[in-house]
Design a protein around this ligand. Structure first.
Ligand code: FAD
Ligand code: NAD
Length: 477
């Protein structure tokens, strides 16, 4: 290995896969002096996903919610290595991760392997399509920055193409039909943002689309936002009605073509009705599925054979069937919803655990040294050494007291458009459900506070002011 790649042989090598909520929250609190820390991720930045729906319409610019991983790492006490690469395979017998540089520019070496003593898998999840034909080819997802940029471009493309000379009325209608599939928080937040864009800016800038622009949200279940309380579900559905967003519940999409969606609606009597819905823009937000690298790891471990939705972990987040692999966030199944809140608490828990493991090892090494000294010492020295041993043992008892991971739910928040948000907040072991404009201001202040850095916070605030004063930028770029 080159000088740059040398590792300190006296320390364990801790490899962290991912730069998302789980991995970055672990990195933030980890004492990097204790390990040779290596971070591997194809994305060299952290993304504040809660504000990603706002990037699809330009309310917020995407760079305002990105924080370079290099900036996070340069503030750590000891050097952390970062490789911009995708983990393609984890060999848990050999304790090696195979990585591949998937970016546009490649050097002579673009795939290699990284050995580990300890591994944290925080690679998140992929978009679920349930194998429905046409989804991958024709729809946009909403998970990464590139997805938000693609949606932003496509909204304006639909608007401009609909305004093309001699466009037929039906085609204009189709192009301006914006369809969102999936009534979870991603779909609801995006639909709200899109309707805002139309009401606040597009109507003024492109008045010829006013009669045809329409947002529809399709959900297979009887209602949207299943994780919220009934009261807030009703509130959201009524707010959407007022905003003129159509919600089609009990409607399961079965097939997608380049211009239409084929769905099946279940009538109250249980009979089914087929529907063909023409669309211009289709955003697919039907939740998560496993990444191939996670699926492959699960297939190597017999203890994972009954797990379907992700890596089954124990109460210390150790991947079942392994001793030195931990998993956090959306790729792990620990009986919690796949949210940023869970991922970041899991990451912080692992940082505490690893800091304490390292301290325990240091104390044990010192204890072993003192015991050896004690055997050779004179009787005077022996009392001093014995006192030191006792002090260290007390310290050890304190350090070791890390209980299992416990998730503390702070509540759920979602923006629903027209300056309204819904919130189910856990308060003094009770629950407060609220929806409306005050909740919207609470949503804004909560998310701005949660942004990764002061720089992010300032940029997001500036973006809000900018789009309020000047309107959102409708250039298609
Ligand atoms: P991620 O944050 O997705 O990070 C995964 C990381 O792994 C990324 O850096 C990725 O590049 C990297 N990676 C991927 N493949 C590989 C590989 N093969 N090898 C190495 N690295 C890899 N949750 C909330 O609690 N509140 C919200 O308001 C909220 N809003 C959301 C809005 C949107 C639009 C979306 C999409 C999600 C939202 N979530 C929210 C959910 C939240 O973003 C996820 O639960 C959270 O990101 C999970 O964290 P993670 O670390 O597991 O994965
Ligand atoms: P989700 O899993 O929460 O919801 C997906 C929805 O799509 C489900 O309601 C499902 O019934 C529906 N669906 C699935 N297949 C369908 C089909 N063929 N036709 C019609 N509908 C179909 O997904 P999400 O909204 O992407 O959220 C993923 C995770 O991220 C969740 O855990 C969520 O809590 C979290 N998240 C949270 C927030 C927030 O707190 N504000 C925002 C975004 C995401």
């Amino acid at each position: 290995p080159s000088e740059q790649e040398e590792v300190d042989a006296s320390k364990k090598t801790l490899v962290i896969l991912g730069t998302g909520w789980g991995a970055v929250s672990l990195l933030k609190k980890l004492d990097t002096e204790n390990y040779n820390v290596i971070v591997i991720s194809p994305r060299n930045f952290f993304l504040f996903t809660p504000l990603l729906p706002s990037c699809t319409t330009g309310t917020i610019e995407h760079r305002s919610i990105m924080e370079p991983i290099r900036n996070i790492l340069r503030h750590k006490k000891a050097q952390v290595k970062y490789y911009e690469a995708e983990a393609t395979k984890i060999d848990h017998q050999k304790k090696v991760v195979y990585i591949n540089d998937d970016s546009e520019i490649k050097g002579d070496t673009s795939s290699t392997e990284v050995p580990y003593d300890m591994l944290v898998v925080g690679v998140g999840a992929e978009n679920a399509t349930f194998g429905i034909p046409g989804v991958r080819e024709h729809s946009c997802f909403l998970k990464e920055v590139a997805d938000a940029q693609r949606i932003r471009k496509r909204i304006m493309d639909c608007v401009e193409t609909a305004s093309f000379k001699d466009q037929s009325p039906e085609e204009r209608k189709r192009l301006l039909h914006m369809v969102v599939v999936g009534g979870g928080p991603t779909g609801v937040e995006f639909a709200g943002e899109l309707q805002d864009f139309f009401e606040q800016d597009l109507k003024k800038w492109v008045p010829e689309i006013v009669d045809n622009f329409h947002v529809t949200l399709i959900e297979a279940l009887p209602n949207v936002l299943p994780m919220f309380s009934k009261q807030l579900i009703d509130y959201t559905e009524n707010a959407f009605k007022e905003e003129s967003i159509t919600i089609k519940t009990k409607t399961m999409v079965k097939n997608v073509t380049d211009k239409t969606i084929e769905a099946e609606f279940t009538r109250p009597d249980g009979t089914k009705e087929k529907e063909v819905i023409p669309y211009g823009l289709l955003v697919w937000a039907t939740g998560n599925t496993l990444r191939p690298v996670v699926k492959d790891l699960m297939s190597q471990i017999p203890a994972q054979k009954d797990s379907r939705r992700g890596l089954a972990v124990n109460e210390y987040l150790v991947v079942n069937g392994t001793e030195n692999i931990w998993a956090v966030g959306d790729c792990a199944i620990a009986n919690y919803a796949p949210t940023a809140q869970v991922a970041s608490q899991e990451g912080a828990f692992l940082a505490r655990l690893f800091n304490s493991l390292a301290k325990t090892e240091t104390i044990n090494a010192e204890l072993a040294k003192l015991s050896a000294e004690q055997a050779k010492a004179t009787s005077d020295e022996r009392t001093r050494i014995l006192n030191n041993i006792k002090a260290l043992q007390r310290q050890l008892r304190r350090v070791k007291q890390i209980g299992p991971f416990e998730y503390s739910h702070q509540g759920s928040l979602a923006y629903i458009g027209h300056d309204k948000a819904v919130a189910d907040i856990t308060w003094l072991s009770g629950n407060i459900a609220s929806g409306g404009t005050i909740t919207y201001w609470f949503w804004k202040s909560a998310y701005v506070n949660m942004c990764f850095s002061t720089r992010n916070r300032a940029l997001v605030l500036l973006d809000w002011v900018k789009s309020y004063i000047f309107g959102r930028d409708v250039s298609r770029e």
